[in-house]
Design a protein around this ligand. Structure first.
Ligand SMILES: [Zn+2]
Length: 238
């Protein structure tokens, strides 16, 4: 299936490769994560300029030969997200968002919603770097689980359906659990529950704030979910 693929893409990772090349992980709407190589990028007169760096949203032409590795033949900037790079916290939050996407999906596992979610997160961090931080990072991860089809059950006990006395969380059960089903679960207090519920229901830009203890429990619930479904470990957001 040799030929050219025209697509948008966000640079998740960019590594030096050989003398002058770069090896990239890109996330695209229709192909999901793809691995690509860009030749001659590190030469002074490269036609790619500084565009093939993490967080760039690009309009790309990729050449697809016989190998799994695509070659970047053209790259135009849609959004460079310059402001988010000037702030330590937003840079770190953006790096963790790209890392979380790159770890959750292998090449060739497309979720168009994930592409839009990541584009939205980067654009938010660029427009308002003060939004960066733990609550935003957790809300992003929760929405990432939702877009990947791994959303935890939050409204009723994931084991028995009980709607009252929801006191714990179990990644294996798939969400919150009641006091009768809580064996093997860990505590999930009201603050953490309210945070997860609010973060799931609202746009990223309106992520609720919460106490550090509640955020720690929410993070544990999100981690338990991704570990159970995808056997992936995400870096701590703290
Ligand atoms: Zn139960």
């Amino acid at each position: 299936m040799a030929g050219s693929l025209k697509t948008e893409g966000i640079v998740l990772r960019s590594m030096r490769y050989g003398e002058a090349d770069r090896s990239l992980h890109l996330y695209t709407p229709q192909r999901g994560r793809v691995s690509a190589i860009a030749k001659g990028v590190r030469r002074a007169k490269s036609r790619f300029g500084g565009r093939l760096e993490p967080f760039f949203r690009l309009s790309l032409v990729l050449y697809e030969g016989r190998s799994d590795l695509l070659t970047v033949t053209s790259a135009e900037t849609i959004a460079g997200h310059r402001r988010l790079r000037e702030d330590g916290a937003s840079l770190e939050t953006a790096a963790r968002a790209c890392d979380a996407v790159g770890r959750l999906f292998d090449d060739g596992d497309p979720h168009e919603g994930v592409y839009h979610l990541l584009a939205n997160e980067l654009s938010l961090l660029d427009a308002d770097p003060a939004k960066a931080g733990r609550a935003n990072a957790l809300a992003f991860r929760l929405k990432l689980l939702l877009a990947a089809g791994f959303a935890p059950q939050l409204s009723a006990c994931a084991s028995c359906g009980e709607r009252e006395h929801l006191a714990g969380f179990s990644g294996a059960a798939g969400g919150v659990v009641c006091s009768a089903c809580e064996a093997g679960a860990f505590d999930l207090g009201q603050g953490a529950h309210d945070f997860l519920f609010g973060a799931r229901g609202r746009p990223l830009a309106e992520t609720p704030q919460a106490e550090p203890r509640a955020l720690a429990q929410a993070e544990r619930a999100i981690n338990a979910t991704v570990e159970h479904h995808a056997h992936v470990r995400w870096r701590s957001v703290a």
